[in-house]
Design a protein. Structure first.
Length: 540
């Protein structure tokens, strides 16, 4: 039986700093409060999120390291940094040290206005946290507009989240309470203004910690199905034939940059991986334990065999490429592995039921009611999502009850982000506000379909498939962002002036080079949000 802790899944934003004007007693009080509060929250199953203010890092580190020594997890403490504080060598070196006891999150700043560089970070923390606790704070007597602690409190209150104010040790939060006494009646924490006044004025560290944590336990904040500080992470890989070379190269570059030589189990940073068509092949391969470099080598070596040249006449009479070649190549790579038995991660593989054209998702057996494909092999699952009409024959799976026939999942979900979200919310019971998505494309292009407008079949034939894919990918991203918001969806892709055909094996090295460059350019943002070195528990 797994013990459920009172603050399991609750994330507390600790907003504070030691003011320059603090007396030694006040500074000691703030440090003591922070260290004891963090330790209490950790022990009750909760997580602390803090904006990496240097004056509070030592007590937070002490609490986190003590928690780790007794079997705790690094993601119990999340240290957040604005991009401008994660650029020079000393800052990056400090972050690597912090990753020994915490997760580190970098939030890009607003461009062009250095005075507002911390706004995205504050919004990120407000969105990710369930409650805020404020203590100390700087700048109040110099420039109230720049006082971060009151701003972070208001960011939380403005979106309906509860706050607690500890003003007895001075600082910006003390000045804010004095200037606006009505603040204590709008903290939305379930306490009366008088009770909040007692907390605000107290300097008894133990009583403060107990009072605040006890009240946190009473609030409707608990996410029982969510682990500690980490969001539920989804990796979504687009379809696109040989353009999967680009995706594989992006992943390979990330893997290489994390630790020279690669092999860093990138896939194990994700709770669920979705892939369509070529993205399905990548997702399944990574799930089976192949490194990104091994998958990139697969595209380089096997791509020309799967998509040979000079097949134009065949294209009009039957499938352009031999499905048996694709099956044989996949069989050589995946052997007889089964999706649910051998994948290290939960998988969602979109496909289409060929007979009636119905959308389908092949999934690992990750819940008791998702076992329809528990016996499907990795090869059959990959083929079912990759059977692009006119390019390959339909895929046939001899299931335990009846034979099933499938077509390419790109027909409805070339970008698989929506079926992945649906799986997480509907079957895994993950709240939308606890999901992060990394979506990787297969090179888009600045398409212009104007030349086909007003024309018949002959006019639309060359571009209709490109139009369908472009519209679906755009719609999927737009809807996913409307569900998640930009802070919880990161898209990595590249646009080209002219399209690269999905079976153009002459472009393999060009796509690998493009993926390498995009991997370098996106690495900082991706590493801080997804590749933190903390692997998800074995889903099986």
């Amino acid at each position: 039986m797994v013990l459920r802790l009172p603050l399991q899944g609750v994330r507390v934003h600790l907003s504070g700093a030691v003011p320059e004007s603090s007396t030694p007693e006040q500074a000691h009080g703030i440090h003591s409060f922070v260290q004891k509060l963090a330790s209490k929250i950790f022990s009750e199953g909760g997580t602390v999120i803090h904006g990496s203010h240097p004056s509070l890092l030592k007590p937070l580190e002490n609490s986190a390291r003590a928690f780790l020594e007794v079997g705790g997890q690094k993601d119990s403490l999340t240290l957040v940094r604005a991009q401008k504080f994660a650029e020079n060598y000393e800052q990056l070196e400090e972050m690597d040290r912090q990753r020994q006891y915490a997760t580190v999150q970098i939030v890009p700043a607003l461009e062009g206005n250095p005075n507002k560089s911390l706004i995205p970070m504050r919004e990120w923390m407000a969105e990710r946290s369930d409650a805020v606790i404020c203590i100390g704070g700087k700048c109040w007597d110099i420039n109230k507009v720049q006082a971060g602690v009151p701003a972070e409190l208001e960011a939380m209150l403005s979106i309906g989240k509860p706050g607690f104010v500890v003003a007895g040790f001075g600082g910006a939060i003390s000045g804010y309470v004095q200037e606006d006494p009505a603040l204590l009646s709008r903290l939305k924490n379930g306490l009366t203004a008088l009770q909040n006044q007692e907390i605000a004025n107290s300097t008894s560290v133990d009583n403060l910690v107990d009072s605040i944590v006890d009240q946190l336990k009473l609030l409707p904040l608990v996410r029982q199905r969510v682990s500690r500080g980490r969001n539920f992470r989804i990796l979504a890989l687009d379809g696109g034939g040989l353009r999967g070379t680009f995706t594989a190269a992006v992943l390979t570059k990330w893997d290489d940059m994390i630790k020279s030589g690669g092999g860093n189990s990138l896939i194990e940073h994700f709770d669920l991986v979705a892939g369509t068509s070529t993205g399905a092949i990548l997702a399944i391969g990574l799930g089976l334990g192949f490194t990104p470099l091994e998958m990139l080598t697969f595209y380089r070596e096997e791509g020309p065999k799967i998509f040979p040249k000079d097949r134009k006449l065949r294209h009009w009479l039957k499938s352009k490429h031999e499905s048996t070649t694709l099956r044989n190549v996949l069989q050589k790579k995946f052997f007889d592995c089964k999706l649910s038995c051998d994948s290290r991660c939960r998988l969602v593989i979109p496909t289409v039921r060929a007979v009636h054209g119905e959308a389908e998702a092949i999934v690992t057996a990750h819940t008791p009611d998702r076992t329809a494909f528990q016996d499907i092999t990795a090869v059959d699952a990959a083929l079912a999502s990759s059977a692009a009409p006119t390019y390959f024959d339909e895929a046939v799976w001899n299931g335990p009850v009846a034979t099933e026939t499938f077509l390419d999942g790109g027909i409805w979900a070339n970008n698989p982000v929506l079926p992945a979200l649906a799986e997480a919310v509907r079957y895994l019971k993950i709240p939308l506000d606890r999901i992060d998505v990394l979506s990787v494309g297969t090179i888009g292009n600045e398409a212009d379909f104007a030349e086909s407008l007003g024309k018949g079949k002959a006019g639309w034939a060359p571009t209709s498939a490109d139009l369908f894919f472009a519209a679906q990918e755009h719609a999927a991203l737009t809807m996913a962002e409307s569900f998640l918001g930009p802070a919880r969806l990161l898209r990595v892709n590249q646009q080209t002036p002219s399209p690269i055909k999905l079976d153009d094996h002459d472009a393999i090295e060009d796509m690998a080079e493009r993926g390498n460059n995009v991997g370098k350019d996106s690495f900082v943002a991706v590493r801080s949000r997804f590749f933190d070195g903390i692997h998800v528990p074995d889903w099986r």
